[in-house]
Design a protein around this ligand. Structure first.
Ligand SMILES: Nc1ncnc2c1ncn2[C@@H]1O[C@H](COP(=O)(O)OP(=O)(O)OP(=O)(O)O)[C@@H](O)[C@H]1O
Ligand SMILES: CC(C)(CO)[C@@H](O)C(=O)NCCC(=O)O
Length: 252
C-alpha cells in the first residue's frame, strides 16, 4: 500500500501543501511561511504517515516541526538537492548550494518533458530561471529579486513613495506615483523577459518555457501580450511538489 503523504513546498513567503495518495490529491492549501508548525495539526487531521518537505526557508522551525511530528508518530522526509538524479545533472560545482526548489523543479520538468529543452521560471519571493537541455544537462540559471521584494526595497528606502491605490500597470510613463511605480515594474519585468528570451534562444534548441510561482501567471501574461513572443510557454502550478514526488519515488 503506498503511504499517504502531506507534500509541502516551503518558500520564503508561503507554504504550499497538498495531501493525497499515489498522485491522487484530495486537499491542498497555502500557509504563510511562519506558520510552518501548523503542519502538524494538518498531518494529524488527514492521518498521514509521512510529511514530505522541500524547504528553502528557516531551518530552526523545520527542526521543531520534525520533533513535533515525531512525537505524534508521523514520519518526516526532507528533499535534498543532488548532484545528479532522474536524468538531470546539476550544473553547480558546489551542487549542494542550488536551492532545493530549483532542483526539484528541474526533476519535475525532466519527467514531464523528457524529450525537450526547457527553461523554468519560478516567480516567488525571488525569481529564478533555470535552463535544462534535453540530454539532462542543467546549464545554470539566474536569481532575480521578486516583485514583492523589489517593492519593499523601493518603499522601505524612500520617504515619499506611497502606494495609496493599486492600478493596472501599463508601459506608458506614469503621471501619478502609483502608476510610475507599477509601470516601472512592468518595464523591468518585460525587459527581463525579453533579455532572457534572447539567452534561451541562444543556449537551447526550441525550448519550452515553463512558468511557475506566485507571480508566474502575471509574468506569463506579460510575455504572451508582447507583439512577438518567440517561445512556446506553459504554466505549471505545483512544479516543486511534482519534483518532490519524483525524488521520493526514486528513493523508495
Ligand atoms: N496571497 C498571496 N500572498 C503572498 N504573496 C502572493 C499572494 N498571491 C500572489 N503572491 C505573489 O507571490 C509571490 C510569492 O510567491 P510564492 O508563494 O511562489 O513564493 P515562495 O515560494 O514563498 O518564494 P521562494 O520559493 O522564492 O522563497 C509574492 O512576490 C507575491 O507577489
Ligand atoms: C533563490 C531561492 C530563494 C528561490 O526560492 C532558493 O532557490 C534559494 O534559496 N536558493 C539558494 C541559492 C541558489 O540556488 O544558488
Amino acid at each position: 500500500m503506498p503511504s499517504s503523504r502531506l507534500e509541502v513546498d516551503v518558500g520564503n513567503t508561503r507554504i504550499k501543501w497538498r495531501y493525497g495518495n499515489a498522485g491522487h490529491w484530495c486537499a491542498r492549501g497555502v500557509l504563510v511561511s511562519d506558520e510552518l508548525l501548523a503542519l502538524t495539526p494538518l498531518a494529524i487531521q488527514y492521518q498521514v504517515e509521512v510529511v514530505a518537505i522541500a524547504s528553502v526557508a528557516n531551518l530552526d522551525l523545520l527542526r521543531q516541526l520534525e520533533q513535533d511530528l515525531a512525537q505524534c508518530g508521523i514520519g518526516f522526509w526532507r528533499a535534498q538537492t543532488q548532484q545528479e538524479a532522474a536524468g538531470v545533472r546539476n550544473a553547480y560545482q558546489q551542487w549542494q548550494r542550488l536551492g532545493v526548489d530549483r532542483w526539484l523543479a528541474l526533476l519535475a520538468a525532466k519527467r514531464a518533458y523528457p524529450q525537450r529543452d526547457v527553461a523554468i521560471l519560478q516567480a516567488g519571493s525571488a525569481v529564478t530561471l533555470d535552463l535544462l537541455r534535453q540530454d539532462g544537462a542543467h546549464l545554470g540559471g539566474y536569481i532575480f529579486p521578486g516583485r514583492q521584494m523589489r517593492r519593499r526595497a523601493l518603499l522601505g528606502n524612500t520617504h515619499q513613495i506611497h502606494m495609496l491605490q493599486e492600478r493596472q500597470p501599463e508601459l506608458m510613463p506614469g503621471v501619478v506615483t502609483e502608476a510610475c511605480v507599477l509601470n516601472a515594474e512592468m518595464v523591468l519585468e518585460l525587459g527581463m523577459l525579453n533579455q532572457v528570451e534572447q539567452v534561451l534562444l541562444q543556449q537551447l534548441s526550441n525550448p519550452l518555457w515553463i512558468f511557475a510561482g506566485g507571480d508566474g501567471q502575471s509574468l506569463l501574461e506579460f510575455y504572451r501580450q508582447q507583439r512577438q513572443p518567440r517561445l512556446e510557454t506553459s504554466w505549471h502550478d505545483e512544479l516543486v511538489l511534482d519534483g518532490l514526488m519524483v525524488q521520493w519515488g526514486e528513493e523508495q
